[in-house]
Each structure stands twice: as C-alpha cells, then as structure tokens.
Ligand binder design. Sequence first.
Ligand SMILES: *Cc1c(COP(=O)(O)O)cnc(C)c1O
Length: 370
Amino acid sequence: MDKMGEASPVIPVYEPTLGREELENVVEAVKSSWISSKGKFIPEFEDAFAEYCGVKYGVTCSNGTAALHLALAALGIRKGDEVLVPTLTFVATANVVVYTGAKPVFVDSDHEYWCIDPERIREAVNKRVKAMIPVHLYGHPCDMGAVMKVAEDNGLFVVEDAAEAHGGEYKGWKVGGIGDVGCFSFYGNKILTTGEGGMCVTDNEELADKMRILRDHGMNPHKKYWHDIIGFNYRMTNIHAAIGVAQLKKIDTIIEKKRRIAEWYRKELREMEGLTQHPEMPWAKNVYWMYSILVEKDFSMGRDELIRKLRERGVDTRPFFHPIHELPMYRTGDRFPISEELASKGVNLPSSANLSQEDVSNIAEKLRHL
Ligand SMILES: *Cc1c(COP(=O)(O)O)cnc(C)c1O
C-alpha cells in the first residue's frame, strides 16, 4: 500500500532499461575524476547522438526543458515575439517560450495522429510569430513536410520538441534532425535516459556554437571569465553523458522492442469496442514512447473510471496532458476542440521496453474485464 492507501501498482507506466554497460561507464567516469561537465563522455555522446539524428552537431544540457530554452535563446527569440506551440503537450514546451520573454500562441491538434495540425499553424501565423515548436507527441512524428512548408512560406524558425520521440521518423528522416534545432530529453521515463539530461541537435554550426556559449554562462570560449552575453548554467555532467553513451548503443533494440509492444497491444485490443488505438500515419515511424488509447463514448465506462479500475488491478497508467490553454497561467478563453477532446479521452498504457508479451496480455485481459 502506498501513502494514498491504494494498492501499489504491479506494472508501472514506465521503467528505464539500464544494464551493466551504464554502470561500467559511470564507474569509469567517477574513477577518471571527471565528474563535472568536462570529460570524454560529453563529446562522445554529443557526436554519436547528432550522427544518429542525421545532423552534424549535438549540444548536451541539463534537461529537455533547458534544451528547448537554449534553442529559442540561440535563435534570438525575445520579448515582443510570438512562438506557436501545440496546446496538447507537456507544459515545458510553452514555459520555455515565456522564459525568453516571448508569448506562446496555442495551436490545435490533428484528430487522427494527435500532433500539431499544420493547417491550424498556417491560420495562427501573424507578423509577430518568429518560430514554432512542433512536438512529436507520445512518439508519433508531426507531419514535418507540411510543417516545414508553412515555416518556409512565412520565414519561421522550427524548433522540434522531440523529447518523446527519439528515433521516430518522418518519411525516413529522423525527428529532431529536420527543423533548425531538435530538442531531446533524457529524463528517467524517456526512450533514452541519463537520469536528467537533454540535448539540442542541429546542422547549423553557428547555432551550435551559440548554444554552447549560452549553456555555459555566456562565457567567451576564447577568454576565461569574459561574458559577452547573459547565459545560463545548463551543462550536463560527464556522469550523465556516460550513461547516455551506453544508452545510445541500445537505441535500436529499445525502439524495436517498443514497436513490438505496440503490435502486441494492437492485436490484443483489436476486438474491443470503444477504444481507439495509437495511430501510425503512412508517412511516420512511431516509436510509441507511451502506447496510448482513446476511450470513446461507446466504451463501457469513462476514461477516469478506466484509469481507476486498472490501478485497483495493479496496472499504472496516465491520463493525457491537460491542454496547456486550460492551465491557470495560460488560460485565455480560447477553445481548441480537438485537443480538448483528445485530452479527455486519452490514456497512456504501461510502455517500458522491458514489458514481456505476457505483461501486455495481462494488461489487455484486465482491460477486457474491468
Ligand atoms: C519531457 C518533456 C520535456 C521536458 O524534458 P525535461 O527533461 O523533463 O526537462 C519537454 N517537452 C516534452 C514534450 C516532454 O515530454
């Protein structure tokens, strides 16, 4: 029993996949005494992950939120600017816009694949809008072809929030490597983890240099303690990068496993009335960060009751994010009907890469007999 008096869930919604390799790298980092933000694992992780994303430069940082903030700051986003963000995302996507002094402008989702709707982006553009942050939600890529077209037509920067979609692909292109900057999180429940951590990837050398300076107090790289601009301390430690290097070697296996888990869920839940399954558009490779379902009106109970009953039966799940425009600090009175509907119906099922086929069968069995 936990402190809320509920039975502790047997199957958690997410667990990291850690092994001997992560441990060995951490031991090596500690033994080397390079435990702060210099050391060999940092450039190794940056180069290898950038290459994985199909771009030239990687800039590690302390978390995914810092990555997004660094990207916007390096692009020169500031007070008076507006940045388009989906309303259906984790709150950090909007918060980072406010950190720069700019204003987030919310955009509704596509009803079929849940990410930002490129048509709604086009409608939201005005002359104060300088950038947009498409989010590859729950592992499904945005329609990046359409997103990039709107950006080009209107001269907007594109910062991809790929915190939930390491290895996801749009028409064979890795997400994060398509826009001006791609931002990743390596939090404990993300597809790849370093405990806490983040990275910006880009093909633009000037932007990469700027992000490196901004993450290190704005210090001039050629002159110690000379600061040309106000920066931040957003550095990653060598210990975290050591874990990242080991994790990255497993990414293909992790993603293969996650796609197999999605297939198991899809087969198990196929016959169930009233559940819509996690989509995968023909142009997309979904990495299913969280295998998700929508609880439709014709299901035998509401979404919240389903979550409660599954928890009673030892299965931990999560409801979808609340659309950000409904949170107190962002409430404007504007409505975004598709995001609101998705948010009210969505559930993330347990999605760790270490789930077995038997685990998935058990979860499905419990869903069938709530
Ligand atoms: C996790 C996440 C972030 C923030 O990452 P942190 O490492 O927790 O700061 C940003 N955007 C999205 C969509 C996320 O899921």
